[in-house]
Ligand binder design. Structure first.
Ligand SMILES: [Fe+2]
Length: 488
């Protein structure tokens, strides 16, 4: 039987421009800013469906909250990929899980000079005040902060040589620096650590390390001194990129390998420790911090047993609802910098995904609260159906759930962010709200939910003018104009 949430996996035809949404409840008067989110909006090209959830054409969503009201906009990113798909009726470049049509000659040309998609559908970032849509290639696309009109591809023009770049860059609040990792494919592939000032498009390489068969990775961990990459057994095949197949099918799970953390010194760029752990796969890091007295780092991730979760997110499988989507667990690693054993434990068994913290206050620091999507009936079949708040101090959790309603990534917004991160202003870590875009499958309409983060109870809900496809990630930008990020 078709699962109830399929409307969240269907294309939307309409674009709305700053439509005021009717709200139930009371939106706090202090909540003033813009939530920009990204995700797929169209799942067909030339009448043919794309294969994977991650391959839909990018659509930016904008939720403007001010004086207790919400206006919403959505607009497709007019990327080269979008224009080609619209006018030629086919994909221009291979996507994560869907191939573009190509001839043998095309493939040979690709080997010499690969073109990478600019279908930037995963998240958003900013250069100064300029929003950009980002994905796992370096091809970010700029768009207007108010109208969402596409302004064109971002040319870094800085000489940094990378083929892949994470859509989960970290933000170093103290240095006002965006820190990210990527990969360069080649005869010898390399992992690359780099950074850029928040108001500049010029990236600076910090370090790179050879990877014989690089792992697929989607995010990384950051502490004040270290950047931490989890290298899973999902590795690039040696014959990869020579064959006509989707990007992710160039990788395969190697049962003979453990998972391994590569801990980069952010100052020198060198890898200072490579602790191995049991095989696992991770999309999202939650937080990381140092234990100087023990010369260790703590790394919290959402861990899966293997990479089967990637295949489980193909559109056919999600829409059929017949096979379960594997659930991730919240797992904590205590990793040695110099010798010593790895300590590993499950903090919560899940299923859990789309983790979120009070990023400005506790990123790179010990922390107490974690927000995420979860499931009321584990092991979950299909998509996650509730929001969860975990208290790591007491080991308890709170759940927000409504039958027939599917939430997306919860975004934490701090009521009174400290002027300087890490300075104790006496405000509680959970003093704020959590925003999540819901799909109400009883009406196939979406809504923006506002939860009180402390009590995890509903404050308000603004109804959107249509059902929006499920999105992936986004950022809240408060009106105070300070450089800001709500998540990596
Ligand atoms: Fe992600």
């Amino acid at each position: 039987m078709e699962p109830p949430y399929t409307a969240g996996l269907e294309s939307i035809d309409r674009e709305f421009d700053r439509i005021e949404c009717s709200a139930e409840g009371t939106i706090p008067s202090w909540l003033s800013g813009t939530l920009l989110r990204n995700g797929p909006g169209r799942f067909e090209v030339g009448g043919q469906p794309v294969t994977h959830w991650f391959d839909g054409l990018a659509m930016v969503r904008r939720f403007r909250i001010q004086d207790g009201t919400v206006t919403v906009s959505n607009r497709f990113l007019r990327s080269k990929e979008y224009e080609h798909a619209t006018h030629e009726g086919e994909l221009r470049c291979d996507q994560f899980g869907t191939t573009a049509p190509s001839s043998v000659l095309d493939r040979l040309r690709e080997m010499m000079n690969p073109t990478l998609t600019d279908n930037a559908s995963i998240s958003v970032d900013r250069i100064g005040q300029q929003p950009i849509a980002i994905t796992e290639t370096p091809n970010a696309v700029a768009f207007d902060a108010e109208t969402l009109a596409t302004e064109g591809g971002l040319d870094h023009n800085d000489g940094l040589s990378i083929t892949g770049s994470l859509a989960h860059p970290h933000y170093d609040f103290n240095r006002e620096m965006v820190v990210n990792m990527g990969v360069e494919f080649g005869r010898t592939s390399e992992y690359v650590l780099f950074e850029r000032p928040t108001d500049s498009r010029i990236r600076r390489e910090i370090g790179r390390v050879a990877a014989d068969r690089p792992a697929y990775f989607h995010s990384f961990g950051l502490t004040e001194r270290y950047a931490i990459l989890l290298e899973s057994p999902l590795r690039l095949d040696r014959t990869a990129l020579l064959r006509h197949r989707p990007f992710i099918e160039n990788y395969s799970w190697d049962d003979s390998l453990p998972s391994r953390f590569l801990i980069f010194d952010r100052e020198s760029g060198a890898v200072v420790s490579r602790p191995a752990v049991d095989p696992c796969f991770v999309f999202h890091h939650v937080n990381a911090f140092e234990l100087p007295a023990e010369n260790r780092v703590v790394v919290d991730v959402i861990a899966f047993e293997n990479s089967e979760v990637i295949q489980s997110l193909s559109l056919d499988r999600l829409r059929s609802g017949e096979e379960p989507v594997p659930g991730g667990e919240l797992r904590r690693y205590r990793l040695p910098i110099e010798g010593g054993a790895v300590e590993e434990r499950s903090l919560f068994s899940g299923p859990i995904e789309f983790p979120m913290i009070n990023y400005r206050q506790v990123s790179t620091r010990p922390y107490r609260y974690l927000y995420a999507c979860g499931h009321t009936n584990p092991p979950a079949i299909g998509l996650l159906n509730c929001l969860v708040k975990y208290d790591l101090e007491t080991g308890t959790r709170s759940v927000w759930h409504e039958p027939g309603v599917y939430p997306t990534e919860p975004v934490f917004v701090d009521r009174a962010p400290a002027p300087v991160p890490g300075v104790d202003t006496g405000t509680d870590e959970d003093d704020g709200v959590v925003l999540s875009v819901l799909l109400d499958t009883r009406s196939d309409r979406s809504a923006l939910l506002v939860l009180d983060a402390a009590s995890f109870s509903e404050l308000a809900r603004a109804r959107l003018p249509a059902g929006f496809p499920f999105g992936f990630h986004g950022q809240w930008y408060p009106d105070d104009g300070r450089p800001h990020r709500t998540m990596p």
